[in-house]
Ligand binder design. Structure first.
Ligand SMILES: [Zn+2]
Length: 318
């Protein structure tokens, strides 16, 4: 029995030793696996943090995260650099402000698709539009073209007592049927910002309509080719959008096209730079305000007129 007990004990111990050895190996493998997983998740979350670290500045500029090398190694915050004035977005030193309300409309018509509530916010009925124009006429407002705004901001033309600029984005076909006759009635000047690639398609003006209205106080200026969201485009595509639309309009109209509207009001330092380099004299965004300055020629302020705005609200936009 003793010998058997002894050999059983030895056998038992052997099993225990093997089992313990097995546990150590498994423990090591599992431990290593967990470490590797944590390491890889860390890597992923760093990558996520970096991609979500792309932020939009107030002007819609997409900023990339600062490279590691730019960060102080000892953790003390670097003194923030003196802001560099952006000659395209203003603050260029030419800060004299002139009050010139630039209004912007989209659709002048009854919304034919009631389910399209987004369109409601962009629509003003012809009756309401006529009320707006009647008010401007009765109050003695002078409608301006953008070349006139340019001359006023640069000091070569005097400011009329009650200036206003009427603009219409996207070149919808209802401009021809509903807005144009009313503008003609009051002999008002107006500017339509046209995405040239959309002209002639269903809801949009045709080149024939544009040709008919051009030169009668209605100006057609650029709104890119495809109504592009410029800050998301590569530099090459961005340049194409702003130069091709200018070229097409100039060929069709036979005169220089110097003004631009950023689709979606999406303006960034790089898109404003592309617009300036394409040869435009200036551009409008959708930042509200009535005070303009020569230093903000590529980010002129505009007042949105939509959602069938009543006359009392309209008056507050001037
Ligand atoms: Zn637009």
């Amino acid at each position: 029995m003793r010998a058997k007990d002894f050999s059983m004990g030895l056998l038992y111990n052997k099993h225990v030793i093997r089992f313990l050895g097995f546990c150590i190996v498994i423990g090591f493998v599992v431990g290593l696996g967990v470490s590797l997983t944590v390491f890889s998740l860390e890597g992923k979350s760093t990558a996520l943090r970096l991609s979500s670290g792309q932020v939009h500045s107030g002007q819609g500029e997409r900023l990339t995260p600062r490279p590691e090398a730019d960060r102080p190694l000892d953790g003390t915050p670097k003194p923030s650099p003196t802001p560099i004035p952006d000659p395209y977005l203003g603050e260029s030193g030419q800060t004299t402000q002139v009050r010139i309300p630039i209004l912007f409309y989209h659709y002048i018509g009854n919304n034919p698709i009631p389910e399209d509530t987004a369109r409601d916010t962009l629509s003003v009925t012809p009756d309401r539009f006529k009320e707006h124009m009647e008010y401007l006429s009765q109050e003695g407002y002078t409608t301006l073209t953008f070349d006139m705004v340019n001359d006023i901001l640069k000091g070569s033309q005097s400011l009329p007592a009650k200036p206003v600029v009427l603009t219409f984005d996207d070149g919808y076909i209802d401009f021809y049927y509903n807005a144009y006759p009313i503008l003609e009635q009051f002999s008002f000047k107006a500017t339509v910002f046209v995405p040239t690639g959309l002209v002639g398609g269903g809801a949009y003006l045709t080149w024939e309509m544009i040709g008919q209205m051009a030169g009668t106080g209605i100006e057609f200026q650029s709104h890119t080719v495809n109504h592009a969201y410029l800050p998301s485009l590569s530099r090459t595509r961005m340049v194409e959008e702003v130069t091709e639309s200018k070229k097409t309009l100039e060929e069709r109209l036979g005169h220089p096209v110097n003004w631009f509207a950023y689709p979606y009001g999406a303006i960034s330092g790089s898109s404003a730079k592309a617009v300036k380099e394409a040869g435009y004299a200036g551009a409008v965004g959708t930042i509200p305000g009535v005070n303009q300055s020569a230093g903000q020629m590529f980010n002129l302020r505009r007042q949105r007129i939509g959602a069938n705005m009543d006359l009392e609200t309209f008056k507050t936009k001037l």
